[in-house]
Design a protein around this ligand. Structure first.
Ligand code: AMP
Length: 226
């Protein structure tokens, strides 16, 4: 079967993480979420974490050269030979170009970019109510997916906190950053005919179904191409 090199694109809070984890289970392809990788590095106080923290806390992007190396290494690893799912990368045109360069060096290319379309108002509603488990990053929402006991993670009993970058002023900044730096990638990938649009304001189950159908069509096209 042909490899599946997927990119999830969309504003913060569009559900890339939820869908990415589901795809990771369904497709059995490695899932690389740069936000998770960076938060892990901050928690572990690694060199990468120290470099990234101040940018993340402000809602800014970390510099391209910091994140490109992290992803290039993973894509080049044996676990990613059949494909991968990228979430939160690329986020700028130079990152997209670096990804193309790395893949073409390996004789590969991006198979599809799934754009999960969600309005700014919906992003604010979703991220403003998001609560994250301090120990392991399990995610809840005060309105849509509350924990059994307020403020406590169902899975490991750790306190639920508001991520620094889910604070209202930082959410606004992250949205600004998305429009300025990441939105141009919609045209970038559209002009390369790999963009697929997903209506992201639907229920998670529904969004998953749209993605499933999109990937099924993609498989058919890949089969016809060989
Ligand atoms: P996320 O969980 O994907 O919203 O990412 C959280 C934060 O990590 C972002 O606000 C950025 O500061 C940083 N980050 C994640 N991915 C990237 C990337 N591809 N380029 C630059 N910064 C990133």
């Amino acid at each position: 079967m042909a490899e599946l090199n997927l990119v999830l694109l969309g504003p913060p809070g569009s559900g890339k993480g939820t869908q990415g984890e589901r795809l990771n289970e369904d497709l059995r392809l490695p899932y690389y979420a740069t936000g998770d990788i960076l938060r892990g590095a901050v928690r572990d106080e690694t060199e990468l974490g120290r470099e990234a923290k101040e940018y993340m806390d402000r809602g800014d992007l970390v510099p391209d050269e910091v994140i490109v190396g992290v992803i290039a290494e993973r894509i080049d690893s044996s676990e990613a030979l059949d494909g991968f799912i990228l979430d939160g990368f690329p986020r700028t045109t130079p990152q997209a170009e670096a990804l193309d360069a790395k893949l073409s060096e390996l004789g590969r290319g991006v198979t599809a970019v799934l754009l999960i379309d969600v309005s700014d108002d919906e992003v604010v509603r979703r991220l403003g109510g998001r609560r994250t488990c301090e120990a392991n990053g399990h995610v809840y929402h005060v309105e849509f997916e509350p924990p059994k006991q307020e403020g406590v993670c169902d899975i490991d009993g750790s306190p639920l906190i508001v991520r620094d970058d889910d604070k209202p002023e930082v959410i606004r900044k992250r949205l600004e950053t998305y429009h300025e730096k990441t939105k141009p990638l919609v045209d970038y990938y559209d002009s390369r005919s790999v963009l697929r649009r997903i209506a992201g304001e639907a229920a998670p189950q529904d969004v998953a179904e749209q993605i499933r159908r999109t990937l099924a069509t993609l498989r058919m096209e890949q089969d016809e191409a060989v």
